[in-house]
Every structure is written in structure tokens, then in C-alpha cells.
Write a protein that binds this ligand. Structure first.
Ligand code: HEC
Length: 144
């Protein structure tokens, strides 16, 4: 019985809207598709970032410290500023948000990767990176 219901319930739990994601949805939109030329998409894109060596830390840095500099996602370029949320969100909240964007809109964690934990976010605090430094780190992921 549970073998049948459990995946269904888990699926529902993962598809729940997250009140915290509303902060991100202002730019990245509820459907995670962003706005061409302005706000980059998270749908169909977060797994690409996660799959890179260093991608998990990079994602934590973006949310903690922000991002500034030209990036390319698919065939589109973006060159605006994302503010950091390190001061306004707790480690638990940031881990929850990262798990949210890693599992929404058909996004999935790459094979073998576990959900983010608050401890993992906490370990990246205290670096005090600027949004431009986070952009430099992005170029080391081998992405355009
Ligand atoms: C004010 C608008 C805005 C808000 C709010 C915002 N972002 Fe962003 N986000 C951006 C912009 C703009 C970029 C790209 C910055 C650039 O061009 O360097 C970006 C980039 C990203 C990236 C990196 C994409 C890549 O390819 O490297 C991630 C991940 C991300 N945002 C997640 C989030 C999450 C999670 C939240 C909510 C906590 C959030 N964003 C809130 C505007 C925003």
C-alpha cells in the first residue's frame, strides 16, 4: 500500500509552492522561467549548475552573496545584478530554497546528489564575497 502512496505523497510535497520562493519569483518568476534578457531562468538550468564540480558551493554563494557580471544561459545572455540574501535568510531557509529550485519545474538533483542542508550553507558563510567575485567563481565552472 505504502509503496504505491509514498512516491505520490512525496511528489505532492515537492510540488508545493514555497512562500520563501516568492522572494525569488519577483525576478525568476513563479514558473522559474525568468524573463528573456533580464532575469535568467532557473527551470531547466539549476541541474546544469549542480552537475558541475563546485556547482553546489557556487549555488550557495549566489544566494548568500549575490551575482554581478555577464552570464549566458542557453542562447541568452544576462548582465544585471542579483542581490545576496545572506543577511535576510537563515541557513535553513537558504537550504530549503536551494532544494526548492533543484526540484521544481521538472528540475532534479543529478544522480547521487543529496538535498542541501543548513550545515552546508553555514560552512559557506564568512567568506564575504562580492557579487563580482561570485561571478568570477562562475567562470571556473566552465559555463559561458
Ligand atoms: C532582483 C531580481 C532577483 C531576485 C529577487 C533574485 N534573483 Fe537570482 N538572479 C538575478 C539576476 C539578474 C541573475 C543573473 C546575474 C548576472 O547577470 O550576473 C540571477 C542569477 C541567479 C542564479 C545563477 C544562474 C547562473 O547561471 O549562474 C541563481 C541560481 C539564482 N539567481 C537564484 C535565485 C534565488 C534562489 C533567489 C531567491 C532567494 C533569487 N535568485 C532572487 C536576479 C534576481
Amino acid at each position: 500500500m505504502w509503496a504505491f502512496w509514498l512516491p505520490l505523497l512525496l511528489g505532492l510535497a515537492l510540488a508545493q509552492p514555497s512562500p520563501l520562493y516568492e522572494r525569488c519569483a519577483v525576478c525568476h518568476k513563479t514558473d522559474g522561467r525568468g524573463v528573456a534578457g533580464t532575469w535568467p531562468p532557473l527551470a531547466g538550468h539549476v541541474p546544469t549548475l549542480l552537475a558541475r564540480p563546485g556547482g553546489r558551493e557556487y549555488l550557495i554563494w549566489v544566494v548568500l552573496y549575490g551575482l554581478q557580471g555577464k552570464i549566458q544561459v542557453g542562447s541568452r545572455s544576462f548582465d544585471l545584478v542579483m542581490p545576496g540574501f545572506g543577511r535576510s535568510l537563515s541557513d535553513e531557509e537558504i537550504a530549503g530554497l536551494l532544494n526548492h529550485i533543484a526540484t521544481q519545474w521538472g528540475n532534479r538533483f543529478p544522480e547521487g546528489q543529496k538535498p542541501f542542508t543548513a550545515a552546508e550553507v553555514q560552512a559557506q558563510r564568512g567568506r564575504n564575497l562580492t557579487p563580482a567575485q561570485v561571478h568570477q567563481a562562475r567562470s571556473q565552472l566552465g559555463l559561458p
